[in-house]
Design a protein around this ligand. Structure first.
Ligand SMILES: Cc1cc2nc3c(=O)[nH]c(=O)nc-3n(C[C@H](O)[C@H](O)[C@H](O)COP(=O)(O)OP(=O)(O)OC[C@H]3O[C@@H](n4cnc5c(N)ncnc54)[C@H](O)[C@@H]3O)c2cc1C
Length: 382
């Protein structure tokens, strides 16, 4: 009945489904959750505030192609995302920039440091703290220490569950200081939120006569692999299968589970107009949670009350209800991933796509680009 089967209706699966459908194929999309959109899914909560169920998602890109592609399915609420860090009760812009400098140091010292930074690195540059640490001037080195201690270290320990010794110095070294007064978190030319939310954007993308979406279906109940063959609903299936779920689960974790960080999201509705005055506040020196998002500031929604969410990271165990969010990039995990990938290589009509199937972090725009690239390849080859 179908030419192609796609497992998962997140960015990867939805873009792939649309592309294959537009090439004339009839496409079946199987999604285990009771909704489409994957982790980008948003919905109004019981108070009517539009929330992102799986954490705040801000679209940002320098890829015009990704922006144009999504713009077929949505208009945009133009939004320059800004993040502040709560450092012992004081809110300062991150990444650390010249505004932060003037909030952290008293005026005379901040003026001198600003002059030195501009003279050494140039206005508008983005300097990794490793570079600041290499400077002879002790005052410039001091900025690197401030950023490391107050913005990076504790936040990273919470996010990744690491001790300071375990934190990769190469990652630490890349933490930037921005020599400008631009408080925006992302510098790409296109950034914003789908005007009516992510879910309507995905609904439009999947609304095609050649696409059938079934939600609430774990694909493993419909599809299995036998030797080098795909069996769909008990019959051999020769069309392409694009799998966007966790690759280890496809093989019952036979080599052991791929490690991930997970998150607990604690939502709270407050009967007040405003909670924190910012979309995202990172807690970089205190608290067990990493950040608080106040959705109204992301979406521009006007409402008498407000909803916030606190994010608590923890190690994913695979227990019922847990969601694997962030793959953990290191050599051992990559080697384990490659063992699973090798199993799929035996089946010529199965393709792995997405943050779970590829065990790799992608932003939305990169995911769009990767899905377009894969479907282009499939269309040319098959
Ligand atoms: C907390 C957080 C915040 C983020 N914020 C941003 C941001 O601000 N900006 C940005 O650009 N990117 C952000 N990202 C990244 C963004 O979420 C990813 O780029 C995007 O979700 C990747 O899409 P995907 O389709 O690969 O994965 P997913 O969205 O996870 O979709 C995979 C889908 O497959 C389904 N599935 C899995 N297994 C099965 C199965 N056996 N049967 C059926 N269905 C199955 C899942 O239920 C899921 O719906 C963020 C990620 C996280 C974790």
């Amino acid at each position: 009945m179908f030419d192609s089967v796609i497992i998962g209706a997140g960015v990867a699966g939805s873009v792939a489904a649309r592309e294959l459908a537009e090439s004339g194929r009839s496409v079946l999309v199987l999604e285990q959750r009771d909704h489409i959109g994957g982790n980008c899914y948003d919905e109004p909560d019981e108070h009517g505030i539009l929330i992102h169920k799986y954490g705040p998602h801000i679209f940002h890109t320098k890829e015009k192609k990704a922006y144009d592609y999504l713009s077929r399915f949505t208009d945009w609420y133009a939004f320059g995302h800004e993040v502040v860090a709560n450092v012992y009760g004081k809110l300062i812009p991150v990444p650390f920039n010249l505004n932060t400098l003037h909030m952290v140091y008293e005026k005379e010292k901040a003026d001198t440091l600003e002059k030195k930074l501009i003279e050494t690195f140039g206005m508008g540059s983005r300097v990794p703290i490793l570079k600041l640490r290499e400077q002879e001037d002790p005052e410039i080195r001091q900025i690197a220490d401030y950023v490391y201690e107050n913005i990076f270290l504790h936040y990273t320990m919470k996010q990744w569950g690491q001790t300071p010794e375990e934190i990769d110095p190469a990652v630490t070294g890349r933490v930037p200081v921005v020599i400008s007064y631009d408080n925006r978190y992302f510098q790409e030319p296109w950034q914003g939120m789908p005007l009516h939310g992510y879910t309507p954007m995905f609904e439009k993308m999947l609304d095609h006569p050649k696409i059938r979406v079934e939600t609430g279906v774990d694909a493993r109940s419909r599809i299995r692999f036998e030797e080098d063959q795909v069996i769909l609903d008990g019959e051999p299936f020769c069309g392409e299968v694009i799998y966007t779920g966790p690759v280890d689960e496809l093989f019952n974790c036979c080599f052991g589970r791929l490690p991930y960080r997970s998150l607990r999201f604690d939502f709270e509705y407050l009967d007040q107009k405003d909670y924190q005055g910012h979309s995202v506040v990172n807690y970089t020196v205190s608290e067990d949670f990493t950040r608080i998002t106040e959705f109204k500031y992301l979406t521009g929604q006007k409402a008498p009350g407000t909803t916030i969410v606190r994010e608590y990271p923890f190690a994913y165990t695979g227990a019922e209800g847990e969601i694997p969010y962030y793959s953990i990039a290191n050599e051992a995990n990559q080697a384990l991933y490659e063992k699973y990938r090798a199993l799929t290589e035996k089946i010529p009509n199965v393709w792995l796509l997405g943050r779970l199937a590829e065990y790799k972090y992608y932003n939305i725009d990169a995911m769009v680009m990767k899905a377009l690239e894969l479907t282009e390849k499939i269309k040319q080859e098959v």
